[in-house]
Every structure is written in C-alpha cells, then in structure tokens.
Design a protein. Structure first.
Length: 473
C-alpha cells in the first residue's frame, strides 16, 4: 500500500477501468471508487494484477487514499451523475485540490461547474477523452481545458496516459469549457465522417448491387490512400466483412437501420447556429440519425412513395470508375467536415475567449481518438502556414478541392438518379459551391424581408441602409 495515491478515478465502467489500468501501467498509483461496490470488487478480481491500483468502498476512504493536492477524475455519465458526485465531493476536498470531469459534459455545464469550484477554492478541468474502450486502455486523445494550474498538477500523468503521435496526444487547450468544447466538435466531425462512409456504402449496394463484403474490400483498398486512411474507414471495412456465425450472412445486413446518438453531434450543430458558423455537412449527419429513428414511419412512407419500377439502375460510370469517383467524393466530404469543425473552433476561440491553437488540436487528434488519420498531419501543417479559417481553401488543400469537386458532383448526381439519399455528400457539395460562388441569392431574401417586415437592406452601388415601399397604392 503506498503512502498516498497520485490520482483517483471515480466510475468503474469499462472506460474508467481501462483508464485506471492505463495510468497505473505508466507508473502512477491510482485509487478507484464506484458507487456500486460490487463493480469495484469485480474489477479487482478479473482485471487488476500487479498494477498499483487501490480500491476504496466509501468516498471518505477514497479521498483519504489521495496525496495532496488531491486529484479526482470523474469517469461517470454526463449530466446528473456528475452533479451528484460534485455535491458529495465539494465538502470532502480542500482548497487547491483538483476535480477532472472525463465524461462528455456540455461545455456550458463545465463553465458553470468551474465557477462553483472556484467559490470553494478548488481547481477544475473539463477533459474530453476520445478513443473508446481501447483508447482508454492503450492511449486516448485527451483534451483538457479549465484551470491551467489544475492542468499543471496532472500534466505528466495525462501525457504518459495519452496516445503518442508526434508527441503526446494531449495539451492544455484553454480556460473554461475549452476541453469539452473541443471534444464536442470532435464528435460532430465524427458524426459527419461516419455518415459519409455509410453513404458510399449505400451507393455501392443500391446502384451497383455489391454485397457488404465486396464493399468492405473496396474500403480496405481506399484505406491504403493517405487522404482516406483512417480509423473509421478501417473499422467500416472490418464491419462489412464480418460474418454472423449463426446465419452465415454479413452481420451488418441484420442490423436495424436506426442509429442512436448521445447528443454531442446535436450540440455541435446547435452551438454552430449560436455562433453563426455554417456546418451543413455536420448538421445533415445529425438530421439523418434523427430521421433514421422513425423506423416504422419510414417503412410506411417508403411504401407510399415507392418510385416506379425501371429496367435497371442509371449508371454514370462503370463500377471501376465509380470506385475512383466515390473515393474522391468521400475525401472532399471528410475535408468539408473538418473544415466546418475547425471553422467553429476558430470562431469559439475568439468569441468564448478560449484562445485555441488549431495546429495543436489537429496534432492531438492524430493518435488514439476516433478521428485519427494521416490527414490530420496535413491539417496541422495547413493551420501552421495559413491563418485562413477555412481549411479547404488553405494552400494545403485548395487545388485538391478544385481537382476533385467534379467527382463529388457526379457522385451526388448518381445518388439522385438511383433514388439513394446522400444528405452528407450533398451538403458538402453545397458547402463548397456556396463558398465558391461570387454571389448568392440572399439578395432576394433580403428584399423579401424588407417587403413583408420593413427589415431594410444594403445596396452594392452606394452606402447606407434602405427601405422600399414595394407595392404601390
């Protein structure tokens, strides 16, 4: 038994267990506690071997195991569970002690909790953690924000526990809710890339009648490309080639097409609207998950609106050509998702006073997390050399956007001709085209607003604010 432990973790679900093992295997002593004592006992019986991990079966015992200043990490569900533990912890901790919230808390909740902690003289960090169960055990991407003094207390622990890719995949991100804000945007981008990959799968199976394992093999080939290689494409390839042992069919074909969500993607869209940042690719991925939840209603409308039978699908190109087109379309859609996410981070950096470093964020996402991909190295380089907030228009990417945009156009067209919805790919196309256009039709919208609401307008040929009586008499 050590004199005192370096850090304590509350919450012994798999993420908490794996993070405790990860930190302990890096040479730090860890105290652990779970509200249900049996879960802690099972953890020790089944998983803890020689690691310096020490159980506690009451919060008082848990706190007593910690070295001062005490460092307590919450690995519990966001929302009420976090609030409940904070109410219990605040009276047990002393000024200068640190609380870390490692869940997917909303950044505004973290801002509020930081203010509460400050009143008690405590330090507080909102810590985004990405990488799932495997990342927690072997090294996740860790996104801390809040009190810098709190980060300094756990800096070495976090750096040792994090994934390693061009250095530790963690850094202090900024004050307040910066850490949880960055994790929220990470998840919004994740939603969009998952949806984009799924749309390519849908096109292959509906327009070209390919089976899931065949599409998985195509994805595996795509994953050899530096622009497309990613954790998400890799696991998509594996999922599509996985056979259900009982039915001897691809398991993916037996899964209900109803995607669930925990809210971080929705928060990204809501926050983007609040900050006035266009994120259509991310928004459509959230909308599509929501639409997918109406499974029974979709079946009814599908029967009502079923298109007339035709002799065969409409092809723009043969299968080999489609592979090339769709891969280019996927790359541009993923780039659009990253562009939207980093534009939102750029805006939040100034409006919320987070002072975010976009190159640092791209760097710490290179390993351990769900978004990990070689593309992030190029994104880091883009923001190091260009201060332009729109990633796709930086010197690193603008020529590729020009070169590949027609492939995205053809892909979206093929989807429309074959009654295959491509909301995410289509949104990416509209996103690029809107930024590319010298003028938008919003001049008419502003005239409409002035007509019915006297909202006024500006002119392009003279200074000032104008209002017109559009209807005479």
């Amino acid at each position: 038994m050590p004199q005192k432990c370096d850090i304590g973790i509350i919450g012994m679900a798999v993420m908490g267990q794996n993070l405790a093992l990860n930190i302990a295997r890096k040479g730090f002593s860890v105290a652990v506690f779970n509200r249900t004592a049996e879960k802690t006992r099972q953890f020790f019986e089944n998983r803890v071997k020689d690691e310096p991990i020490y159980p506690a079966y009451s919060l008082e015992e848990f706190i007593d195991l910690l070295r001062s200043p005490k460092k307590v990490m919450l690995m519990v569900k966001a929302g009420k569970p976090v609030e409940s533990f904070l109410e219990l912890l605040f009276p047990l901790l002393e000024a200068g002690d640190l609380i870390l919230d490692g869940g997917n808390s909303h950044f505004q909740d973290t801002e509020r909790r930081i203010a509460q902690a400050e009143k008690k003289g405590l330090l507080y960090l909102g810590v985004g953690i990405s990488g799932g169960e495997e990342g927690a055990l072997n090294g996740p991407s860790i996104m801390p924000g809040g009190h810098r003094a709190g980060y300094e207390l756990v800096e070495e622990i976090l750096k040792q526990a994090a994934a390693q890719a061009d250095g530790p995949c963690t850094t202090y991100l900024g004050p307040g809710g910066a850490g949880h804000f960055v994790k929220m945007v990470h998840n919004g981008i994740e939603y969009a890339i998952m949806q984009a990959i799924a749309e390519c799968y849908d096109l292959f199976r509906k327009a070209y009648q390919l089976k899931a394992p065949q599409i998985g093999q195509i994805f595996d080939q795509w994953n050899q490309s530096p622009n497309l290689q990613s954790y998400l494409l890799e696991i998509s390839s594996q999922v599509l080639q996985y056979q259900d042992q009982e039915t001897k069919t691809p398991l993916v074909d037996l899964i209900l097409d109803q995607a669930e969500q925990k809210g971080t993607g929705k928060w990204t869209s809501q926050t983007a609207f609040d900050l006035g940042v266009p994120t259509p690719t991310i928004n459509q991925s959230v909308i599509t998950r929501t639409l997918s939840s109406f499974s029974d209603l979709r079946q009814k409308t599908s029967n009502l609106l079923k298109p007339e039978e035709k002799e065969g699908p409409t092809y723009l190109v043969g299968e080999e050509g489609a592979r090339s087109l769709f891969s280019q379309a996927l790359f541009l859609t993923e780039l659009a998702a990253f562009s939207e996410g980093f534009h939102l981070l750029y805006q939040a950096s100034s409006e919320l006073n987070y002072h975010l470093s976009l190159p640092d964020i791209a760097r710490i996402w290179q390993g351990g997390c769900i978004l990990q991909a070689p593309l992030l190295k190029r994104i880091q380089a883009a923001f190091k050399t260009d201060s332009f907030p729109l990633l796709f228009a930086t010197s690193q990417f603008k020529q590729e956007v020009k070169d590949n945009l027609q492939a995205l156009v053809q892909t979206v067209t093929l989807g429309a001709q074959n009654n295959t919805p491509l909301p995410c790919l289509g949104a990416a196309l509209s996103y690029y085209q809107a930024w590319q256009a010298e003028t938008l039709p919003t001049n008419l919208i502003q005239a409409q607003r002035d007509y019915f609401g006297a909202h006024t307008y500006r002119r392009i040929d003279r200074e000032g604010i104008f209002h017109t009586i559009w209807k005479e008499g």
